[in-house]
Design a protein around this ligand. Structure first.
Ligand SMILES: [Zn+2]
Length: 218
């Protein structure tokens, strides 16, 4: 357990309850759309920045059937400060995004199209998306001609190393909207859970389009 004791007040408890309810709703929605099968993926949202308190889904939880006890609060090193359950090893990637981007909420999916395309584009190191109206759904994009680069990192179980690689990339590319892990899935984020959800839906849509286009070319 962390040495940091969370200061519980009525307001912080209400805030945690609201964020927990929102995380459960997002989990249900994404599970029902086949983006979070077999307890995969995770969803997080910042409760407080200084010191950091991050609400995040616990490891091994069925995202289609969550309740409040499946959401933990972790600190800036990923240690649980409230709740029973184990945080996912991938909590370090959520923390890397929060540290380096102006993001409050993060969604990570293991979808079919992100898994297929992350393997196909691993050797290039990125998926380039251009010319789709849906690009305008991503924060800051104003035209279908935006050149959206989705980097692909080689999957690893060494989350410390992987989070260092991801952090380095995000610092150098502050306008990024997401990244892929090869054969694994997608990470994306937003200023709140609604924006993270919009980004997730847009990128998943674009990846499916790209995948289907490649299939039609054969
Ligand atoms: Zn994952």
């Amino acid at each position: 357990m962390s040495d940091y004791k969370r200061q519980i007040t009525i307001q912080s408890d209400l805030e945690f309850k609201k964020i927990t309810d929102d995380i459960i709703k997002v989990g249900n929605k994404l599970y029902s759309r086949g983006l979070l099968y077999a307890t995969s993926g995770n969803i997080s949202s910042v409760l407080k920045y200084d010191p950091l308190e991050l609400a995040i889904t616990a490891s091994g939880v069925d995202k289609g059937n969550m309740d409040a006890k499946n959401v933990l609060i972790v600190d800036s090193s990923g240690e649980v400060i409230e709740g029973n359950g184990k945080p996912s090893a991938e909590t370090l990637l959520h923390l890397a995004v929060i540290r380096n981007m102006k993001a409050k909420s993060i969604i990570h999916t293991h979808s079919i199209w992100s898994t297929i395309l992350s393997r196909r584009y691993l050797s290039e190191g990125f998926v380039e998306l251009n010319g789709y109206e849906m690009l305008k759904a991503l924060e800051g994009n104003t035209t279908h001609n935006e050149n959206e680069i989705l980097p692909v990192f080689e999957n690893s179980q060494d989350m410390v190393e992987l989070s260092k690689k991801v952090s380095k990339y995000l610092i150098e590319h502050p306008k990024s909207h997401g990244f892929l892990l090869s054969g694994h899935g997608l990470y994306t984020w937003g200023k709140n859970l609604s924006e993270a959800m919009r980004s997730l839906e847009a990128i998943e849509f674009l990846l499916e389009i790209r995948g289907r286009e490649i299939s039609l070319e054969r």
